[in-house]
Design a protein around this ligand. Structure first.
Ligand code: GLU
Length: 568
């Protein structure tokens, strides 16, 4: 399916080149389909004055229809999901709602059992046609070979699962009693391709993984200048919960407790100060929701109460901050602290955090809704500080080894951002001596050992690493169509260039036709001579209709080519 749309384009000229009375057949899961129809639909695409969206719908319909002339919904949805897009993606909501109402109308028990005629198909997909085309063409998608990428992720996941070292945090019962075996990884790309493995739906409290999110909200609402009047941008080089300020008597950064507590006071007092704290809590939750594209968000009251109970150090920090006038005017210490504990006690799962991370990877636009939730300059600031300060006292080593902006929390989660590519959440409660999830850190190390995701990996010359952003398959397919084009046009210079670049000149297209077949059909003797004499191509290769290049030259009456091929 991946190349279907490319094939459609290539089909425009290849169709012309077919021997007369031969039909091209493309096999699909539900039988055979006459590709002549694709060509027809292409004609419809280029000549009619139908609305652009309707034309796309017509092409999609032709691509998916089976030999009964209807589109089986299960096949259509499976192909769509194989590119990493989920049925639950908010961008498909209208389409799925349409399918449900149609299945109710037709008395069908499940949408997967529906088969759609063209009119029904158009009605169902018309509001989602852009995202569907993007998914199926997959040429504009950040990880083109998504299933292949996910296989690696799965492999890393199981490698890390074997690592049972570390132990969960013990300072409050809600964290101490969590099952240490939990292990989940979710990812969401900037195009909204998603993959999850393990315990990715199990809720956990966000704890310090929420600090960059709260900082992002404050930045986006107040701007960097205002926020950084109250909090610095330097790694502290000290414990995350230490009672220490920088040389200007400000908390070092928003990722340590002192800085995060100050951020809470800014959220309460400087943004819509008339809102009651209860309303401000809802207001912040709404931000989280929008950043995650409405993934799961809850609140764990037991954790909140425990956090308050076990908060001597945090209160000490708060009084220290108060003494040094670190809070804005009107800040009420108790409200600020409660708010801080509440935000630590927000409940999320791996899918929530990965989609928030994807919003950060995508310049503040949630990939699942296309809404700009955080300003892009704020995202840049957040990522910079996640990179230098996000992993407690391990931040320097992590930035060195992994090179990805990441924030961890005491419940065992890691929010990892690969800017312009994807967001990842790893969650496993066993922590190392720094307070970071053991499996989470290992997963990141595995990831950058295979892929060139480290901030300072070179994108063009990393011979030992893979770039999953590259369109290997598409590049190959378009190389093939280019060389066939060159053969059609008798463009010997282009053919020479492909030969010099090391291309296998015996490569066949979908119908088993080689460059030589095309050049012979068109009667380009100079190209045929070059292919035979210089490239030493195999003249005996037969296409799917059992024809050699010589047969084609005969069929199309190119006597000079016939003479050359028969005598050489
Ligand atoms: N609630 C914890 C505290 O403030 C957060 C710890 C963390 O995740 O780093 O101490």
């Amino acid at each position: 399916m991946k190349f279907a749309v490319d094939l459609l384009t290539a089909g425009r000229y290849l169709w012309r080149k077919l021997p007369p009375n031969r039909a091209i057949f493309t096999q699909r899961k539900h039988g055979f389909q006459n590709a002549g129809q694709q060509s027809l639909s292409f004609r419809r695409f280029s000549t009619s004055n139908r609305h652009f969206g309707s034309e796309k719908v017509a092409i999609l319909f032709d691509l998916f229809k089976d030999n009964q002339g209807t589109v089986p919904v299960d096949v259509f949805l499976q192909d769509l999901q194989s590119t990493g897009f989920k049925k639950s993606d908010p961008r498909f909501k209208k389409m799925i709602d349409n399918l449900h109402s149609l299945s109710r109308e037709l008395g069908e028990t499940s949408i997967d059992r529906l088969t759609l005629n063209e009119e029904q198909f158009e009605k169902v997909i018309k509001d989602s046609v852009i995202i569907i085309s993007q998914a199926l063409q997959n040429s504009d998608i950040v990880i083109p070979d998504f299933p292949e990428f996910c296989k690696y992720v799965e492999n890393f996941y199981f490698k890390c699962k074997a690592n049972t070292s570390g132990k969960p945090a013990e300072y409050i019962p809600q964290l101490a009693k969590v099952n240490p075996e939990y292990w989940g990884v979710s990812l969401c790309t900037v195009d909204g391709q998603r993959f999850s493995i393990g315990d990715t739906k199990v809720p956990f409290t966000i704890q310090s993984t929420g600090k960059p999110i709260n900082y992002a909200i404050a930045l986006s609402e107040l701007g960097s200048e205002v926020v950084h009047k109250y909090v610095g941008q330097e790694p502290s080089g000290r414990m995350f919960n230490e009672l220490v300020l920088d040389q200007y008597n400000k908390p070092h950064n928003p990722m340590v407790n002192a800085g995060a507590i100050v951020i809470c006071s800014l959220l309460i007092n400087l943004i819509e100060p008339n809102l009651a704290v209860s309303e401000k809590f809802e207001w912040v939750c709404n931000y989280y929701k929008r950043m995650s594209g409405s993934e799961y968000l809850g609140f764990n009251n037991a954790t909140f109460l425990s956090e308050k109970e076990a908060a001597d150090r945090n209160y000490a920090i708060a009084y220290y901050l108060k003494e040094y006038k670190c809070f804005p005017k009107n800040a009420v210490l108790k409200d600020t602290m409660d708010f801080y504990f509440q935000l630590c006690s927000l409940e999320v799962n791996c899918e929530t955090v990965s989609s928030i991370a994807a919003t950060l990877a995508n310049g503040g636009i949630c990939p699942l809704t296309n809404n700009q939730v955080i300003t892009s300059s704020s995202v840049r600031d957040v990522l910079s500080l996640m990179h230098s300060c996000g992993m407690y006292d391990f931040s320097g080593q992590f930035a060195f080894n992994v090179g990805l902006p990441t924030k961890s929390g005491v419940s065992g989660s890691l929010m990892v951002v690969i800017p312009n590519v994807m967001g990842i959440c790893c969650w496993s409660p066993n922590l190392d001596m720094y307070g970071n999830s053991v499996r989470g850190v290992q997963f990141c190390e595995e990831l950058v050992s295979v892929f060139n995701f480290h901030q300072y990996d070179n994108l063009r010359h990393s011979p030992h690493k893979t770039d999953p952003r590259k369109r290997k398959a598409t590049a190959k397919a378009s190389e093939m169509s280019s060389v066939l084009f060159a053969a059609t046009n008798g463009d010997i210079k282009e053919i020479r260039r492909f030969y010099l670049s090391g291309m296998n000149m015996n490569r066949k297209d979908y119908d088993g036709r080689t460059v030589l077949h095309i050049a012979a059909s068109e009667g380009h003797l100079n190209v045929v001579c070059f292919l035979v004499n210089v490239c030493k191509v195999d003249k005996t290769i037969k296409d799917r209709w059992n024809n050699t290049a010589l047969d084609n030259a005969l069929q199309f009456g190119h006597q000079d080519v016939v003479d050359f091929l028969s005598s050489n």
